[in-house]
Every structure is written in C-alpha cells, then in structure tokens.
Design a protein around this ligand. Structure first.
Ligand code: NAP
Length: 348
C-alpha cells in the first residue's frame, strides 16, 4: 500500500536541520517543526511551517518524521522515551533519523518501530552546512532503495546523492567510516600547515600543491582556507566530530580492531573541546599547533586541559551522567557487564 505523503514533522532545526526543513517546505509539503530552542525555528515558521511544543505533538499526524538532533542520547530521548516517536507517531508513519548517531541505536529504533507498525531507518548525511543550504546533501541510508521508495520524493528535496546500505544501522556505520577518514584528513592538513609555517615557506602555495596532487583532501580544500583565515565559525562543530570519532572507536572495540588514525584524531579533537573549542568549527584544530597567545586570542584556554576529570567527569557523549554513568559515545543502554567507557580520553 502506498502512503500519500503530505505531512512532515521535523525535529531539530539547528545548523543542518533548519535548511533541510526549509527545502522540504519549499517543495510544498505541510511541515510542522519542533526544536529544543524555539528561536532556531523562527525562520521556518516565518516561511509557513507550523510549531509544535514537543516531538509527540509534531509527529501526531505526520506521514514522515525527520530528526536531526545532536547526539545519540538526544536521538534516544526523542524516539524511545515514553512519549517518544516510537509510541506517538501514527501507525504506518516513516521515522527517518538524519543525525550522526550509533549504529546499534539505529537497529534498536528500527526494531522497536517495526513492532509498532511504523518504519524507521537511519539516514545520516554528508556535505556539510553548505550542502544542507544548497539542498545537495549525500544521504547514507540504512535501508534498501526498494524499501525506501515511498519516501524518496521527500528525500530528493534536499539531497543530490543517496547511498543505500540496505540494513538498519548500515547508514550510521558507513557514516562513521567517512568520519574517521575526515578526522585523519584534518589532522593531515593541520600537520602540513604547521610544517610549512615553521619552515617559513608559503603556506597557501603548499595548499595549492596538495590540491594539485594526492596529498589534498575535501577537508584541506574546504576547511584549510578557513583555518588559515582564522575563521573558526561552525559549520561542523568540533564536539560533533569528537562524538563521531568516539562512536567509531567504540565500534572498533566491539570488532576488536585498532584505528590508530582515529585514536590520534580523537586525542586532538578532545583536547580542542576541553580547552574551550567544542562549539568552534572543526577547522579550529590548527589552533592546537599555535602559540598560546594565538589560542587565547581565539578564545581557547589551555589551563582547562584535563580539568574536571576527577569529580566532574564529562565523557562528551552529550548527556549528563548520573551516579551509574556508563560512557559510550552517546549510546547508554544495553551494555554488558564488561562494558568499558569508550570515550578514549582518560581513566574514569
Ligand atoms: P546543531 O546546530 O546543534 O543542531 C542540532 C539541533 O537539535 C539543535 O538545534 C538542538 O537544539 C536540537 N536538539 C537536540 N536535542 C533535541 C531534542 N531532544 N529535541 C529537540 N531538539 C533537539 O548541530 P548540527 O550541526 O545541525 O548537527 C546535527 C547532527 O548532524 C549532528 O549529529 C552532527 O554530527 C550531524 N552532522 C552535522 C554536519 C554539519 O556540517 N554541521 C554535517 C553532517 C552531519 P538547541 O537549539 O536547543 O541546541
């Protein structure tokens, strides 16, 4: 049975969610939005979106519900809480998570939705803020093309490419592969800039050399110029890349493999976040190679490094921890007895 898709709910209208929801609205769908901070949805409301006071209210009569929140814990709340989407969305609805989140959580949500006669799949994106604004994102989907057919017209309103990984969680796993490669590319260009600067040669020309050979990357092409210009506005926040690397490292532990590039990148991005750069763009990584005064001028404070480890441990998975804290890159259920923290940055 094909569902006539008219009503869309969109939860999470931040850097990525707001422009994506804007494209869906522009395509003529009836869009209801909810965001934790209402003011970030004002632009969409001015364009004709409706406001809802909760995810449940937004989803009540929606044919398709999109979520684009920050962390796996946010995803878990929105879907699996007692008033979450799994219970409150209508039967037959499609629940599509665009957040970069945990593959296991995506499987849990898929299975829980199936029991309730709803369709849920993971659909993380790549292409950055610019891709979201331009409506040219790449979608990385944990579903087959055939199964996703009913919702493809909506997805096409904000994407240029779609990859199907066929199984629940497959999209998130593929996205994490992309993120570990991205993280190492960023460390690569940050190293190159430091070496060029300290050697006293023309850094911009070095970036041109990299771009014309195989030493360059998408990251060095789009982000290195921002690093050099001292433009640290996000884009893509450092704390979100740290979350992604933590999720990949968690997965690598499950698989009993080592990802040395990701380990190094985690150490560096974690350091950046600890000293005040968590909500800067990822390109602020290059500040770690600079003099302390330059870092201070950009708003970083090295004295914060390693503070708060004892009493006030933060694992950066994006949720407040109670006494029974289990850190896990933001996915805090279903751990066995031997669960260890996977935030990879210190002893707890
Ligand atoms: P963002 O600007 O922080 O957007 C997330 C939005 O979700 C925020 O507006 C936040 O509310 C809202 N939110 C969080 N929890 C919520 C909840 N329980 N209920 C309702 N709203 C909630 O981050 P972003 O850059 O758009 O990134 C979103 C996700 O996409 C992340 O997982 C990120 O890793 C991924 N991603 C980002 C990029 C990029 O280039 N930015 C690219 C690809 C993927 P508040 O406004 O109150 O904070």
């Amino acid at each position: 049975m094909t569902l006539q898709i008219k009503k869309i709910a969109f939860i999470g209208t931040g850097i990525m969610g707001a422009p994506i929801a804007g494209h869906i609205l522009d395509a003529g769908y009836d869009v209801t939005v909810y965001n934790r901070t209402r003011e970030k949805a004002e632009g969409l409301l001015a364009k004709g979106a409706h406001w809802a006071d909760s995810p449940a209210e937004a989803a009540a009569d929606a044919d398709v519900v999109f979520t684009m929140v920050g962390y796996p814990t946010d995803v878990e709340d929105v879907y699996l809480a007692t008033d979450g989407l799994i219970r409150t969305a209508k039967k037959g609805a499609w629940l599509i998570d665009l957040t970069t989140s945990s593959p296991q959580l995506a499987r849990d949500i898929h299975d829980a939705a199936e029991v309730e006669d709803k369709h849920a799949f993971d659909c993380p994106v790549t292409g950055g803020e610019q891709g979201a604004v331009d409506g040219t994102l790449t979608l990385i989907m944990g579903i087959s093309e055939q199964e996703a057919a009913p919702v493809l017209p909506v997805l096409e309103t904000f994407s240029a490419k779609r990859f199907f990984f066929d199984v629940p969680g497959g999209g998130q796993t593929a996205k994490l592969c992309n993120q570990v490669s991205l993280a190492s590319c960023m460390v690569g260009y940050a190293d190159a800039i430091a070496l060029a600067e300290q050697s006293g040669i023309d850094v911009e020309r070095v970036l041109e050399v990299m771009a014309s050979g195989t030493g360059g990357s998408g990251a060095s092409k789009t982000l290195a110029p921002k690093s050099l210009a001292g433009d640290y506005k996000p884009g893509f926040m450092a704390e979100h890349l740290r979350k992604d690397i933590a999720l990949a490292l968690q997965r690598s532990e499950d698989l009993d493999i080592t990802l040395p590039g990701a380990e190094t990148a985690f150490t560096l991005f974690d350091m950046l976040c600890q000293i005040g750069g968590s909500r800067m763009g990822t390109q602020a990584l290059t500040l770690l190679y600079q003099e302390e005064a330059t870092c201070a001028a950009a708003g970083l404070d090295w004295s914060l490094l390693d503070q708060g480890e004892d009493d006030d441990h933060e694992c950066h998975c994006g949720h407040d921890h109670a006494a029974d804290h289990e850190c896990c890159g933001g996915h805090h259920h279903d751990h066995g007895d031997d669960h260890e923290c996977h935030c990879h940055h210190h002893d707890h």
